[in-house]
Design a protein around this ligand. Sequence first.
Ligand code: 7TS
Length: 400
Amino acid sequence: MIVDRADFPLLANHPELHYLDSAATSQKPRAVLDALLDYYRCDNANPHRGAYTLSARATERYHDARARVARFIGVRDMDRVIFTRGTTESLNLVATAWGYANVTAGDEIVITGMEHHANFVPWQQLARSVGAKLRICGLTADGRIDLDQFQALVGPNTNVAAFGHVSNALGTINPIAELSAIARRVGALVVCDGAQAAPHLPLDIDHLDVDFYAFSGHKMLGPMGCGVLVGKREILEQMPPYQTGGDMIEYVADERSTWNVLPHKFEAGTPNVGDAVGLAAACEYLDGIGMAKVREHERTLTASASERLSAIPGVRVYGPPAADRSGVVSFTVDGIHPHDLATILDEGQVCVRAGHHCAQPLMRRLDIPATARASFYIYNTEADVDALIRGVERAREVFG
Ligand code: 7TS
């Protein structure tokens, strides 16, 4: 254990719980809950608007939160860190605002067969609307992006390449430097879905060759309702806004309007200051542990769970070897539907997700309807793996 379970009030309130669904959402440390409460108790006002001291303080808290998050992800120009509701909104922002201004009939958008629906459906919708072609890269037998096929799919008509940094359903850590290098050769926009990477891997976005990087705060100890889109400054400045209204304008004439500077141009309406403050506290907490240590802890648990599950007859673990996966173990047990398995695991207070994990195109490619998925984070220990194994063995007894 690299953190004290008592640091997490939900886990302290449920001492018997084995929470193995952090890929869906993480639990929150006291430091994050305190930061949220502190903001609302001491500094809450609508920022950017009031001439009074309290509003200025709310503005400052919001600014400081952005600076803290930017530092955590290795972004020096904090104005290119846009706060959104989460990964889904971040990716819809790019596909809509950049997409409708830049993608036309005959263009090609390349994505992969392992994307979460949030990095699949917005591109599919864009392609259908403008008459572009959506090209979906296949996977290898062990659940990696087929790089040869990716290379073959990216061509002179490709103007967007969008891929996940880490798969939510398999845990595969993708070679994003190689993928973006292939996309750069044809001048395509590079969009990376980092929802499953930002919580688990050391991240240095200034040194990644991507145009957009998206993630959610709630999967990395922060509150639900606040996520991030990082964009290249020149692209954000050139593209049209996503939503319009308050805060994002410079001047509104009767006939037309001009836009505020970054990041405000992409943050229409009253911002979610409280949750941004909470996310900054989460970044502080994770930096206090060190992301290399987070990664190492998860790698150990993932390897152990994969090995112990694979030793059980009838169990199949999906994806590449554990060393190339983040803290995700996706598996099936012969003769037991993943939903039934999850129900029996729940009787032993083991929380896992069962289903298609918002990755139906991936499930089709694996030719299975669903998997059970255990996902680890900093508060998990080998005792959680023990409980998982006990539960799977119990399920095998129940189902004969
Ligand atoms: N992209 C990936 C890779 C994800 O894992 C998720 C959420 C999203 C995008 C969407 O994030 P949101 O915060 O906007 O919802 N993944 C999961 C999951 O695996 N189980 O529940 C949510």
